[in-house]
Every structure is written in C-alpha cells, then in structure tokens.
Write a protein that binds this ligand. Sequence first.
Ligand code: GLU
Length: 475
Amino acid sequence: MSLRVRIAPSPTGPLHVGTARSALFNYLFAKKEGGAFILRIDDTDKKRSDKAFEEDIKKNLLWLGISWDDSIRQSERTALYRKHLQKLLEEGILFRCSHTSAELAQEREELIKNKQTPMHRCKDRDAVLGGGILRFKNMETAPVVFHDEIRGNISFDPKILGDFSVARDIDSPLYNFTTVVDDIDLGITHVIRGEDHIPNTPKQILLARALGHTELFSYAHLPLILGKDRSKLSKRHGAVAISQYQKEGYLPDAMINFLALLGWHPKKQKAGERGKGQEEEIFSREELIGIFSLHAVQRGGAIFDPEKLKWMNGVYIRQMNVGMLANLLLPYLKDEWRKQAESDGLWWGKIVILEQERLGSLQDIGDRIGYFFEEPLVKKEVLMGGFSDTVRIASHLRSIQKIIEGCSAGNFTKDVISEKVLEYAGQHAKKEVLWPFRVSLTGKKASPGLFEVAEILGKKTVLKRLEYAATLLES
Ligand code: GLU
C-alpha cells in the first residue's frame, strides 16, 4: 500500500508555527518516501471555524512551499459521518447518553476533586433513540497499545477512557470520530501530529476497530514547541502566526529550514560530512527531503528561538541574488523611498549590496538606510564622539571637503575616495578624521563601509553634508 499522510488543521485561527511544523514533517516524510500528502480542513466546529482562517492556512502553507496532493473539508462530509454513526448505533457500539450537561459537569468536577481521571461511564448504555450525545460503549478490558515511531510502545488502560463522546447528535460528529472516519476513508497510513493528541489515540484506535479497520495506522507524535522559558509556545512569546513572519520579511526557505529543526535533527555524522559550523544547520528543501526521517525526531520539547530564526533568515538573505533581493525589499520601503529606488535600479542595487550582509529580516531595511534617501539628523555631540577639540574636528571636515572637491564627479568611486581620504587620515589621528566623516554622511555612529556609502551618495550630496556638519561645529 502506498504511503499517505495528512495535515488536519482546524480553521479556528491563522496558520500557527506548530501546525506549519506538523505540516512540514508530514510533507517531508511523504516526499522522501514517494507518498501522498493530504490537506484536511477540520471545520466541524461550526461556531469556531472561519473561512478566512481556512484561506490563511492554505495561503501560508503555499507560501512556505508546502503543497498538497489532495484536500477535503470535513463540513462537506456530514453525510458520510452520519452513515457511520447510524450504523454503529444500530450495532450497539454507540449509544445515546441520557445525562444532562449539568449532571456531567458535576460528575467531572467530583472526579477532578478526588484526583481521578475525568471520564464518564453510563449506567444505561442501551439507548439508541431520543436525544443525548452519542457515546462509545466502552467494553474494552485489554490495554490499548500502539507503537509510536518516535516514542516506542504506548499503552492505555481502557477504563480511563470511559464511554467517551463521539457526536453531539447524529449531524454533529466530534473530532475523534471524524478523524477516524476520514483517516480510513482517505487511506491514511501514517498519522503524524502533535503530542497533545496522544490521549486521543486510544479512542481513535477503538473507533477504527469498531469501523472494521483492523490494521493499525502508524503513529508519530511530534514534540511540543516551547518558548525559551520552556512553557508551551504562545502569543506571549511573540509572533506565532506564519503570516506575521511573512509580513516581517522572513523568507520561506529560511522558515522551512528553521521549522524542520524544531524537534528534528539529522544524525550527527551526516551533518558532519557536510562541513562544520553554521552549515550543519542550513539545509535546502531538497536536502531536507533527502535526509528526513521520523526516527531522528526527538521526544523532548523543541525550543522556538526567534533569534536563531533571525540569524538563519540572514543566512538565506545573504545567499540571495541581489536583483531578487532588491525587488523583495521594495515593499518594505516608505512610498517616497520606494519610488526613488524604483526609478534608479542601479543605485538601489548598490544600497542593497551594502546591506545584504547585515539584514536579519527584510523589514530591518527600513530603519537602516534612511540617510540614502533623506538628509540625516546630525547632532553635534554625535559628531564629536568622544573628542573634545571642536575646532580640530571641524577643520578635519573642512579638509575632507577640499579632498572631495578635488575628486571628479564622473569617477567618484569608493577606491578613489578611500585612497585620498585615508592618505589624509594617515597623517592625523585616523579616528578623529573618519568618525566625524561617517557621522556627517549618515548621522549614525555605525554604518556600512564609509567609502561605499560616500560613493552611493555621490559627490554633490557628500559635499553638502560635510558643509552642514562643519558649519554646525563652527557655529
Ligand atoms: N484538527 C486537529 C488539530 O488541529 C487534527 C489533529 C490530528 O492530526 O488528528 O489538532
């Protein structure tokens, strides 16, 4: 039988990094083994499901490059679920529970108070007609055991499952039921999902058997994703929606690489063969498909480290072709700046080359390059840095001004500028010359290569800024 896996998001929120990681592991596994990857939208909860979230989930999976071979929506399969519910009711495998929700709530509260597992076992388990939720008549006495590809054998005492609920009514099946019906119907072979679903698995196994599916699915429960404080990842830790990372200028390949390492790492010697250092963590999509295996997934929680993600994104930004990066950065510029960049691609490309080394995300560009587009705010105390002799610093600026005046505008390159300015700086305290020069041009204490910046600004602008800075010190 060919391998088939699925990702089954509930459209009750945007695509979350946890769901994206589960989708990716299923996807990599399917691609590696030549199987099929199916998207199932779990939208039976009519109140909480929203079409907009379904769209967000699909759009962002595709943005990550995770495409599916087939997709279904549970809300369109009510007739199938009803047919199976009806049959199981007739067979006496399900029954209608006569207890009111108030009675059930009270029972639950008492069990929790007495430190017992909350579950419900009905006295009357034969009701087939009337109202009441549909429950599984749990007659099981032997432990329910399954093999988890990551965790080994897991065994459950069937008693703690009680007569678990299966549907609110004949037209409102619940998660454990719909998931089993669909996993069987779609010919799913491997169920790969978050570890929070381990307690659901014995229920699903009992239901699968009741539906005549005797062959067990293979299971793999992925470790929880944790924040750096080791608590379950949530909004408290920062962005958890994939769309947010897209907005902030993370690249899909970097996201994929990062998500793949959330709980999985290739066997050490394999990584070693590729070289050392950072390279051990950088894997292209194709490489991931080639080396992914469920056996290398860890059991313990996986820490989501936003700084590592940013570092990794920077690695991918640096690997990018400049022209492509220049285009990708445009939307992150203010309108005015974007127009300027678009009207002079060559000039914009030079700025991009300068910044490419330094970006962690595309969004970072905005804060860094304002001085190329607008006159920077130059402050006297920044110009002076730690120096005290204002007259001397001003005179250095006047000297650079003269040097720049002597450069030809047609050959205003970083090499020409650096040769002349460094010759002058070499005859003085070098820092006293270069520091105020940098601040005059950028308003900042730190910037990319000063002479590259000067070349991009052009002779006229450099002269204007030197004049402004020198006058500021002289006034
Ligand atoms: N809709 C479920 C969830 O989002 C699917 C779990 C499963 O994969 O069975 O958690």
